[in-house]
Design a binder for this molecule. Structure first.
Ligand code: PHE
Length: 347
């Protein structure tokens, strides 16, 4: 090995040590100038190539190139190390302003559900719960729904295992079509008196449009005791409506039919938009339908083993989507389920 080659390899080793100590961009530039710059150590050595004996030239030339490449590689490595360190430091800069966190909003359905529960709790109701996946007996038979009731057909109700069971079989499983099944579950488990509300999700095979979805929410109420009358029902719903829609709200009952209540009514509240004068929301009538209700049909008491001669009771069911739409002036039910944050941010 020629003397020049020894010098070159020594220089390469020197550069390796030197870049190890480099801490910043300025140090790196200094190194680059010292070894590779126009007046640097490597070009100075390369200029000695001319005086190398002819027969050694090819070998020495090769070493020169290899050393030059290696030195370049050391400097590049050093550059990326410095760059990465700088980036890590920037990422840890605790003086940077914090990122803004977007806080979520409660969904309008949850808001009205909570208000409704709060109002009924103040009146002495407790909250009961039931499963979404329900059997036909609790959802229909126990509630006195005749077997030929149109709502029971698979065109209207979501059935499970219809390949194994008949849809009139009391044990067939369905997605509950109403929260009234919780009346049954509660009365089967508790002796009277009973005073519960049950907020929950229900399912029906409706084609979605501005006022229908295939799933929606109800809040069910049930009060069973001795001497419960229609006047108690009316007082309860009137007080609820005043607290939910405003002090001036009035209610009225219209006769209706439900298999599980007798007599049955539909309950209207005076329109909260126009106060009863008639507007677009109430379609000019001054009234908005808010609930189905009635006195519990003795046939239902018999189904759950209550003494029909002793107890009486009332039940009601509100659609929560409807209440949210009235309360917040929402004109299309689908907005509630599109999950568009621009919509949800408003509540
Ligand atoms: N379950 C009825 C419905 O879904 C509403 C209702 C509940 C009516 C309780 C009367 C009593 O239409």
């Amino acid at each position: 090995m020629t003397e020049l080659e020894n010098e070159l390899l020594a220089l390469q080793a020197e550069v390796q040590t030197a870049v190890g100590a480099v801490k910043d961009e300025a140090g790196l530039e200094e190194c680059r100038a010292k070894y590779l710059g126009r007046k640097g150590l490597l070009p100075a050595m390369m200029s000695k190539l001319g005086s190398v004996p002819k027969e050694d030239k090819p070998a020495v030339g090769k070493t020169v190139n290899a050393v030059k490449q290696q030195i370049q590689a050391y400097l590049d490595e050093c550059a990326s190390r410095i760059h990465q360190a700088a980036e890590e430091k920037a990422a840890l800069d605790i003086s940077l302003p914090a990122r803004r966190h977007h806080i979520g909003h409660r969904h309008p359905i949850s808001l009205v559900m909570d208000s409704a529960v709060t109002i009924f709790r103040r009146m002495g109701f407790t909250v009961a719960d039931g499963p979404d996946l329900e059997n036909v007996w609790d959802n229909f038979d126990a509630l006195n729904a005749p077997q030929d009731h149109p709502s029971r057909t698979p065109e209207d109700t979501f059935y499970f295992d219809l390949d194994k069971r008949d849809w009139l079989d009391p044990e067939t499983m369905i997605l509950r079509t109403q929260t009234s099944d919780v009346q049954i579950r509660t009365m089967k488990a508790h002796k009277p008196p009973v005073r519960i509300v049950c907020p929950g999700r229900c399912y029906r095979r409706d084609t979605p449009d501005a006022t229908h979805g295939m799933s929606f929410h109800q809040i069910e109420g049930l009060y069973v005791d001795e001497n419960v009358s229609l006047a108690d029902l009316k007082g309860t719903l009137a007080e609820f409506s005043r607290q939910m829609f405003g002090e001036k709200t009035k209610i009225r009952f219209r006769p209706h039919f439900f298999p599980f209540t007798e007599p049955s009514v539909e309950c209207d509240a005076s329109c909260i938009v126009c106060g009863g004068a008639g507007c677009r929301v109430c379609k000019g009538s001054g009234w908005i339908e808010i609930a189905g209700a009635g006195l519990v049909n003795p046939a239902v008491f018999a189904n759950v083993g209550y003494d029909v001669d002793k107890v009486s009771g009332f039940a009601f069911g509100f659609g929560l989507e409807r209440i949210a739409m009235i309360r917040y002036g929402i004109n299309d039910l689908r907005l509630l389920y599109d999950n568009d944050v621009r919509f949800l941010h408003q509540f």
